[in-house]
Structure formats: structure tokens, C-alpha cells
Design a protein around this ligand. Structure first.
Ligand SMILES: [Fe+2]
Ligand SMILES: [Fe+2]
Length: 284
């Protein structure tokens, strides 16, 4: 007899993005937002259960040591985008966008609004860090809202009750307001739960302007950029730069439903744009 898995995982990474988009549907009130549990399917709920239980302070340090040295070889930005594109949704190929289409759609929406070239480029690369999945990382270590580890969990994080299963929740030194950090020490000194944001930030750090790097590094940090949590760890510079993170968010969140990008037609523009900021190959 085949054993039925009691813990149903998300079918695909997009389920998390879809859930976030539903949570922050335009015009939704704060009260409606509080009802997010109703919007989450069992796979998504199970995903957060694991994410909140397993993203410990030690886990984050370990994953940073593993990936932030960028020792996984050189590839061009396009090669990585094509590699990421091998992550396909087999259940519904007609309605769902490929990974490259999501990147192009985000970037094209930014371009249409007349934003600077580096902003468009940030749109194109923002989810390339999801290749972590192809390196074998589980979903809960790649996507999901990010949050600081090593200090008290904010109630503004979705499903805060799931943190009771995290061993850090029993460690006194991690459970004060500031935990292992100093007041307003700046987010660069704070470890967030590990995922695709941190990885793409590390990869692109030598090449993109700081505003773009903030967008990449903190685009999933919803507790802060949507709910204003963790300001006690941010410094004045973070506050300033978060204006850009907030400017970026709608393009990521509401890119779905926009028209499918005509990849062939816009390809030359993106080839030029990538070549303007990146060398032929970069470290991953
Ligand atoms: Fe993302
Ligand atoms: Fe995205």
C-alpha cells in the first residue's frame, strides 16, 4: 500500500508568489489581510510551517557560508536565466508563465513606467536566486517572506504561531527585542532567513547600484517593507533605501495577469542592458 504523505508540499514555487499576491491584492484592507489563512492552500500552509520551524540562526549562517562565497562556477546572466527556466510547471503550462517570462514581465512593467535602466535590470534579475532550488535546496530555504533570525519574531510575519516549532524560540538570547543585534545597527548587520533574495544580492553586489541591491536583497522582506516591522534594527540609510524596495514591490507582486512578453522582440534590449552592467560571465 502506498503511503499518503500527510505533509503536502507546494506543487511549485509560484504557489508562494501567488499567495503573496492574493494577500496584498490591491485595495485589500488591513483587516482583510489579517484573514490570509483563508487564502492559503494546504501546501502553502505546510510550506510556512516548515519555513518557520527550520530557518534558525545557525541554519542561516550555514547557508550563507555555503553560497555567499560564490564558488559554484561562472555563468553569464542569460545562461543562469535559461537554467532557471528549466524549473517548469508541468501541471498547467498554458496559463503559467515561465521563470524568464516572469522576469521579463516584471522588467517590462518597470520599463513602461520610464524608470532608470538599472531599475529595469533589477526587475530582470530579481528572482534568478531561485536557482537554489536547482542546486537541491528545499522550497522553504529558497522562497517565502524573509524575517530576521537571532531576535524576537514580529507578529507582522505571516503565520507567526508556527515559530513555536523553531528551536530558536526556546533560546533566550534570540528572544529579546534586539536579540544578538544592537539597536538600529543597520540591516547589513542583521541576518535574514535564507533564500533567493540574499543569493542574488551576493551575486550582483559588484555590478549594480545600491538602490537596485536593496530591491534584490529585501524584496521578500514583507514584514518590513509592507508592515513597517523591525525599524528598531534599521538605520537611517536603510529607511531611505527602503523607498526603493517599496517602489519595486508592485512590479513583482502584480506582474501576473499582464500580457505575456514578446520575448523575441524585446531580446535585443535586454542583451544590451545586461552587457551594460555585467561582464560576459559572473561568479555564482
Ligand atoms: Fe522573489
Ligand atoms: Fe518575483
Amino acid at each position: 500500500m502506498r503511503r499518503v504523505a500527510e505533509n503536502q508540499p507546494m506543487q511549485q514555487l509560484e504557489e508562494w508568489d501567488d499567495f503573496v499576491a492574493t494577500r496584498y491584492r490591491q485595495g485589500k484592507s488591513e483587516e482583510e489581510f489579517r484573514n490570509y489563512e483563508a487564502d492559503a492552500n494546504p501546501g502553502v500552509t505546510q510550506f510556512y510551517r516548515e519555513n518557520h520551524a527550520k530557518q534558525t540562526y545557525d541554519f542561516v549562517l550555514q547557508k550563507k557560508a555555503e553560497y555567499c562565497g560564490l564558488t559554484r562556477g561562472k555563468k553569464s546572466v542569460w545562461e543562469m536565466a535559461e537554467y532557471l527556466n528549466t524549473l517548469v510547471d508541468e501541471s498547467d503550462p498554458d496559463t503559467d508563465l515561465t521563470q524568464i517570462e516572469h522576469l521579463l514581465q516584471t522588467a517590462e512593467a518597470i520599463r513602461k513606467d520610464g524608470h532608470p535602466r538599472w531599475f529595469i535590470l533589477a526587475g530582470f534579475v530579481h528572482d534568478l536566486g531561485k536557482v537554489l532550488c536547482l542546486y537541491g535546496e528545499p522550497q522553504w530555504a529558497v522562497v517565502g517572506d524573509t524575517f530576521p533570525v537571532g531576535c524576537a519574531y514580529s507578529q507582522e510575519i505571516v503565520f507567526p504561531e508556527f515559530f513555536s516549532a523553531n528551536p530558536d524560540s526556546k533560546a533566550a538570547r534570540f528572544q529579546t527585542k534586539y536579540g544578538v543585534y544592537e539597536p538600529n545597527c543597520g540591516l547589513d548587520n542583521v541576518h535574514l532567513s535564507f533564500g533567493h533574495d540574499e543569493y542574488i544580492y551576493q551575486v550582483t553586489k559588484p555590478y549594480l547600484p545600491e538602490e537596485a541591491l536593496y530591491m534584490l536583497r529585501y524584496h521578500s522582506f514583507y514584514p518590513a517593507h509592507k508592515h513597517g516591522a523591525y525599524r528598531h534594527l534599521m538605520n537611517a540609510h536603510d529607511e531611505q533605501m527602503f523607498e526603493w524596495v517599496r517602489k519595486f514591490n508592485p512590479y513583482d507582486l502584480y506582474s501576473k495577469g499582464r500580457e505575456r512578453p514578446n520575448t523575441k522582440e524585446i531580446l535585443p534590449f535586454y542583451n544590451d542592458l545586461i552587457a551594460e552592467y555585467f561582464p560576459a560571465q559572473i561568479d555564482w
